[in-house]
Design a protein around this ligand. Structure first.
Ligand SMILES: Cc1cc2nc3c(=O)[nH]c(=O)nc-3n(C[C@H](O)[C@H](O)[C@H](O)COP(=O)(O)O)c2cc1C
Length: 204
């Protein structure tokens, strides 16, 4: 019989496991937690999309990702900063929902530091003339053939900074679900104003 993990009946260990999965997701591009679904919305319309986890800060309870400032999600976040991330690791059988308040960083020290560390290849996403989501009369990547073929220098890629932003997401709560044949476990962790974490179990 499979041994129960140390977080099965222990909230403190669940919390440690959450941050260990996020760290792994940040560091390993093949980890399931590397590409969460990010959901935001306004009025009655909500939408989700995959993003790449680009940063985590356990002490400050925040996680962040990069995007194009012209993208639709930025327009939405400016109207309504409430957002949610969904992560799922199939082999761990763990679902994590994180409720956040999003802040759009643009042309500040946060974005300039992140941009410096953005690889030549990743900068390609920010080199299109037209905004992502714009209707196109032809099938198109939105990039020139030269850029499509990665034929640009790091110096030439600097122009992409004008489209680059970092969405910083301040965590208000975590909702954890662990699937187990011998009984699922569900837990909630709320970040209080003091920064302390209030944790409790829920019925799955
Ligand atoms: C594996 C994968 C990773 C992605 N990573 C990002 C990302 O880090 N940032 C981003 O803005 N879009 C990313 N996208 C594209 C988004 O899912 C989405 O199509 C795009 O951001 C436009 O969304 P919007 O119109 O809702 O703004 C990724 C898509 C996939 C499939």
């Amino acid at each position: 019989m499979k041994k129960k993990p140390d977080y099965y009946n222990d909230l403190d260990n669940v919390y440690l496991k959450i941050w260990s999965l996020l760290k792994h997701g940040l560091e390993d591009r093949n980890a399931p937690f590397h590409i969460p679904v990010f959901i935001c919305g306004q009025n009655n319309t909500f939408d989700g999309r995959i993003v790449v986890l680009r940063g985590i800060d356990k002490e400050k309870n925040k996680i962040w990702f990069h995007t194009d400032v012209r993208s639709n999600k930025i327009k939405i976040l400016k109207e309504n900063p409430k957002s949610t991330f969904i992560f799922y690791d199939k082999s761990e059988k763990i679902q994590l929902r994180i409720s956040t308040l999003s802040k759009v960083n643009f042309q500040n020290s946060f974005t300039s530091n992140s941009w410096k560390n953005t690889s030549h290849m990743s900068r390609q996403c920010y080199l299109g003339e037209e905004a992502p989501g714009k209707i196109s009369s032809i099938p198109s990547s939105g990039l020139t053939e030269k850029i499509d073929n990665s034929k640009y220098t790091l110096e030439e890629s600097e122009i992409g900074y004008k489209n680059f932003c970092v969405v910083e997401n301040f965590i208000s709560s975590f909702e954890w679900l662990y699937l187990a044949a011998k009984g699922h476990r569900r837990a909630k962790f709320e970040v209080q104003a003091s920064g302390k974490i209030k944790s409790f179990w829920k019925i799955p």
